[in-house]
Design a protein around this ligand. Structure first.
Ligand SMILES: N[C@@H](CCC(=O)N[C@@H](CS)C(=O)NCC(=O)O)C(=O)O
Length: 202
């Protein structure tokens, strides 16, 4: 019997997304829930030399940083049966091989009264990662995002789509880190459009 043979429709795995996965999972799933994990804060502290940057100009993408007083909102996706192997194979390339993320198990708390916590897999880039960039001011992060792009697109798209997700699905959450960087990056756009009109197609 191959390992995947035990994956019946009743076998279920939850995968928690908090960056590009909230707006672009790009794998098949049975259902999704908006909610949060405790003990982590989302920060634009990870470098990206593939999707939103390159080796000469690293993009900045989000990772999770442990902080007992914080929580991070996102989306958990349930994959069942054959979706489990397919999603993990896809995410291993997108997140681990190309993004440098590792996997951890976390407790996901769905939004809504009476929703039971769920064990979920999450992809995290840790400080020992070779392209981990670490803390910087929101202005510095915004200016790096404003001029970076990679094989998947411009780094600003990555920032704006995450901010749009939070406003649409978690309007009650004050993610100051995210929205400060967004405001700083948007303030740079007029200057960027003058130098790179292609940005107007974002
Ligand atoms: N692991 C986080 C972050 C994922 C993330 O943003 N990963 C990058 C890899 S560096 C990615 O998939 N980017 C695709 C894109 O930029 O469209 C999540 O759960 O959303």
């Amino acid at each position: 019997m191959k390992p995947q043979d035990i994956l019946t429709e009743k076998t279920s795995l939850w995968i928690f997304g908090y960056g590009s996965l909230v707006w672009k999972p790009d794998f098949e799933f049975r259902r999704s829930k908006v909610g949060y994990i405790q003990g982590y804060k989302r920060r634009f502290w990870h470098g990206d030399n593939f999707h939103r940057g390159n080796d000469e100009m690293l993009g900045r993408v989000v990772t999770l940083v442990e902080d007992d007083d914080e929580c991070t909102w996102g989306v958990a996706y349930e994959v069942t049966g054959a979706q489990i192997e397919e999603s993990l194979k896809y995410l291993n390339v997108r997140e681990a091989v190309r993004g440098g993320y590792i996997t951890k198990a976390v407790e996901f708390i769905p939004r809504g009264d009476g929703e039971a916590p769920l064990l979920a897999l999450v992809y995290i880039a840790t400080a020992d990662n070779p392209i981990y960039l670490g803390p910087a001011s929101c202005e510095e992060i915004a200016s790096q995002i404003a001029v970076s792009h990679g094989k998947t697109g411009h780094n600003i798209e990555y920032l704006l789509r995450l901010a749009d997700f939070m406003r649409a699905y978690c309007p009650e959450v004050a993610d100051n880190h995210l929205f400060s960087i967004e405001a700083s990056a948007l303030a740079l756009v007029p200057y960027l459009l003058a130098s790179d009109p292609a940005l107007s197609t974002l």
